[in-house]
Design a protein around this ligand. Structure first.
Ligand SMILES: Cc1ncc(COP(=O)(O)O)c(C=O)c1O
Length: 383
C-alpha cells in the first residue's frame, strides 16, 4: 500500500515549469542562429564551465564516454598500454580504455567509501600500466593525494572520471582538475544533465585541450585540413545552451542534495537493517549523485520499498570485471572481491534536489518497517 504519491529515484527537468520554460527559451535562441554544431552557445558554455571548475580549459564533447576516449587519446594512451580503473564504476570507464586499444586493469575498492584507493591502485599495478582513472563514484570524492603521490612515483598519468561528481571539491579544488585531465558526462540524469548526450574534458594542460579539440572534430584545423584521424565527438549547441542555464543553478542544487542526504542519514540512524553511506572524509566532499545504502537483504528491502511506492536503483548490480563484456579478460581469482561483495548489498535510494522532508520521513518509515520484517519474520520476506 502506498501512503501518498510514488517517490521516484530521480526527478527530471520537466517537473519544474520555471526551469522548463527557461530551457525552451535557450533552445529557441540557438534555433534562431542556425548554428547547431559549435558556435557561440558551445563556446559560452565551455568558458562558463572552465570558470566554474576553476580550470583554464573545458572542451565540450558528445558524451562522457567520448570525453574519456578523447582524453585518453590526447594523453597518448593506446595499444600495449594498461590503464587501472575501479571495478565498480559504470562500464564506460573501462570501455573507453578498450576503445583506444589499451587494456583495463581492475582495481578493488574500499568497502566503506566504495572508491579506489592508493592501496587498491598499488595492488593493480603491472609494468604495462601507464595511466589510472580514479572515479568519483556517486558524487563522493576519491582520496586523491595518495593516488597522485603514487602516480608520480610510478610515472602514471592520472585521468579523473568526474561524471558523477560535478562540482565536488577535494582539498578545495573541484574534482576533474587534480590529475592531468578530468572528464564529465552530461547524461540527462546526472547532477548537470543535458537534454540528450553530452560531455566535457577539463584540464590545465593547454596541449591536452588543443588535442581534444582537434580529435573531437575529425582532426581538422583549419577547415578541410585533417591533421590526425579524429571523429565526430562535438557537443551540440542545443545541449550547450541547456547546460549553461542549468550550470547557473548547480551549486545550489548540489547543496540541496547534501541537505537531503543529511536528513536521510538522520532517519536511517534508527534502522538496524541498513547501513548509511560512510561519512564524508575531512578533505573530501559528496554531491550525492546517488545516495547508496547497504543491506544484506537488499532484494527484499527493495521489494518492500517498491510496494510502498518508493523507487530504488542498483549502481551497479554486476561489477565491470564480472560483466560478460570483460569476464574473459579477468582470469583466475577475483581481483576485486570487495567490489563483487558490495554489488550484492548496495541500494540507491531516491535522491534529487527537491526531495522533501515528508518524502524523507516516508522513506525512513518504510525502512523502519523493513527492519521489523527482517527481525521479526524473515521467512515472510520476498527474495
Ligand atoms: C562514472 C561514469 N563514467 C562515464 C560515464 C559515461 O557517460 P555517457 O553516458 O555520457 O557516455 C558515466 C555515465 O553514465 C558514468 O557514470
Amino acid at each position: 500500500m502506498t501512503a501518498g504519491e510514488d517517490i521516484p529515484l530521480t526527478v527530471m527537468d520537466h517537473h519544474d515549469p520555471q526551469l522548463l520554460s527557461e530551457l525552451v527559451a535557450a533552445i529557441e535562441e540557438v534555433a534562431a542562429t542556425g548554428a547547431f554544431t559549435g558556435g557561440a552557445a558551445v563556446e559560452e558554455f565551455e568558458a562558463d564551465y572552465a570558470a566554474w571548475c576553476e580550470v583554464p580549459h573545458a572542451v565540450g564533447v558528445s558524451s562522457g564516454t567520448e570525453a574519456l576516449v578523447l582524453a585518453l587519446r590526447a594523453l597518448g594512451v593506446g595499444p600495449g598500454d594498461e590503464v587501472v580503473v575501479p571495478a565498480n564504476s559504470f562500464i564506460a570507464t573501462a570501455e573507453a580504455v578498450s576503445l583506444v586499444g589499451a587494456r583495463p586493469r581492475f582495481a578493488d575498492v574500499d568497502a566503506e567509501t566504495q572508491l579506489m584507493t592508493a592501496e587498491t591502485l598499488q595492488q593493480a599495478l603491472t609494468p604495462a600500466v601507464r595511466c589510472v582513472i580514479p572515479v568519483h563514484l556517486f558524487g563522493r570524492t576519491v582520496e586523491m593525494a595518495p593516488i597522485m603521490q603514487l602516480a608520480q612515483t610510478a610515472g602514471l598519468l592520472v585521468l579523473e572520471d568526474a561524471s558523477q561528481a560535478h562540482g565536488a571539491r577535494y582539498r578545495g579544488r573541484r574534482v576533474g582538475t587534480i590529475g592531468d585531465a578530468g572528464t564529465f558526462s552530461f547524461y540527462p540524469a546526472k547532477n548537470l544533465g543535458a537534454w540528450g548526450d553530452g560531455g566535457a574534458v577539463v584540464t590545465s594542460r593547454e596541449d591536452l585541450a588543443d588535442r581534444v579539440r582537434l580529435l573531437r572534430s575529425h582532426g581538422e584545423s583549419p577547415r578541410y585540413r585533417h591533421r590526425v584521424v579524429g571523429t565526430t565527438g562535438r557537443l551540440d549547441a542545443i545541449q550547450a545552451a541547456v547546460l549553461r542555464v542549468k550550470l547557473s543553478r548547480l551549486d545550489e542544487r548540489n547543496q540541496a542534495r547534501r541537505l537531503a542526504a543529511d536528513r536521510l542519514r538522520d532517519v536511517l540512524l534508527d534502522s538496524d537493517s541498513v547501513i548509511a553511506p560512510a561519512p564524508v572524509a575531512p578533505d573530501g566532499d559528496h554531491v550525492y549523485h546517488q545516495f547508496v545504502i547497504r543491506t544484506p537483504r537488499r532484494d527484499a528491502v527493495r521489494d518492500l520499498l517498491a510496494r510502498q511506492g518508493i523507487a530504488t536503483g542498483i549502481h551497479y548490480p554486476i561489477p565491470i570485471h564480472r560483466s560478460e563484456a570483460y569476464e574473459a579478460l579477468v582470469e583466475g581469482h577475483d581481483a576485486a572481491p570487495r567490489a563483487t561483495e558490495l554489488a550484492e548489498e548496495i541500494l540507491s535510494l531516491p535522491m534529487f534536489p527537491s526531495l522533501t522532508g515528508e518524502q524523507i520521513e516516508r522513506i525512513g518509515d518504510a525502512l523502519h518497517e523493513c527492519s521489523i520484517h527482517i527481525r521479526g519474520s524473515v521467512s515472510t520476506l520476498p527474495g
